[in-house]
Ligand binder design. Sequence first.
Ligand SMILES: O=C(O)C(=O)C[C@]1(C(=O)O)C=C[C@@H](O)C=C1
Length: 371
Amino acid sequence: MAEQDNTQGATDAKGDPRLDSLRVRIDEVDRELLALLSRRARLAQEVGELKKTTDAPVYRPEREALIMRKLREANPGPLPGAAIEAVWREIVSACRELERRMRVAYLGPAGTFSEQALLKHFGSGVDPIACPTIDEVFRATEAGTVDFGVVPVENSTEGAVNRTLDLFLETSLAISGEVLVPVRQNLMSLGGTLEGVTRIVSHAQSLAQCIGWLDRNCPGIERVPVASNAEAARLASLDAATAAIAGENAAARYGLELVARSIQDDPNNRTRFAVVGRYECAATGADQTSLILSVPDRAGAVHALIEPLARHGVSMKRFESRPARRGEWEYYFYIDILGHQSDTNVATALEELRRNSAFCKVVGSYPRAVV
Ligand SMILES: O=C(O)C(=O)C[C@]1(C(=O)O)C=C[C@@H](O)C=C1
């Protein structure tokens, strides 16, 4: 006998028998899912016990990436791949938490896109630790007070986050994952209006990402850069004359109302984050490797440096340069290539790159983000 369902509202109070029978079947499926989830969780617990005997790491990013990839490929629909991934992210996160709840540092405060990246990658079964600076995220992870760190690397509109690139050079940590977060910027204020607003605050990058929209819609209002979007939302929550540009979750967190939604000039605006830790990922078959190189200062050196990549069939995904800051015209090249450093063609190309370069560091090989 089906239990009484109290969720029926006014719209179907008369009770369509087809609706009732569909709900009975949904209840059955939920019970089956629950039994399967419990079975999965017990297996993860067993894995956890085995790992304890060898002191093996709880978090296996390459295994989680493979689980997601196989599910995406096997997904018969009608649920979209992103929904399947979000659901399984939480399932795996909860199973992982049964083994051990990890601490993960990110560029805070709460409510920033960095926090969103952390949740998207690790799910909610971790303790998010907000750090005031990118340096602090690296420091906490290196010191081992957290298990991993999440740092912004580049934005599709605004380009590289230079501080992160500089710290990749110095750190002993390795990149173990990347996270892509669509960045939707929203204008928000206490009353959901621009009336009486004399300044708009946000992180400098966010202001820059909305410059066209702001020029068109708020020409007379002063723009003030602040430390983060979450800080902007906090300031706007204290003062009706201040509006903020931030992610939607910051509005909810600080009791603000949206004046305008999705005001970034590029509708596909997104930010790429890196997960850093003391863990080196094994190959999954769909990986990416991040390198930092520098060359002797002579004609044709850059060409000679990257030529082995093409010759060994290694695709380059990103090429960025940063001054070496030694007062000379020297540069570090930040290069992302497809493949894992243990793949034969990548390993051979890397060997040649090392021979041709004055400096060569592999910051990590890790599974490529897909969505
Ligand atoms: O396969 C493992 O090593 C597990 O610990 C299980 C599991 C999972 O729930 O599937 C959990 C955490 C790891 O990061 C990877 C996978």
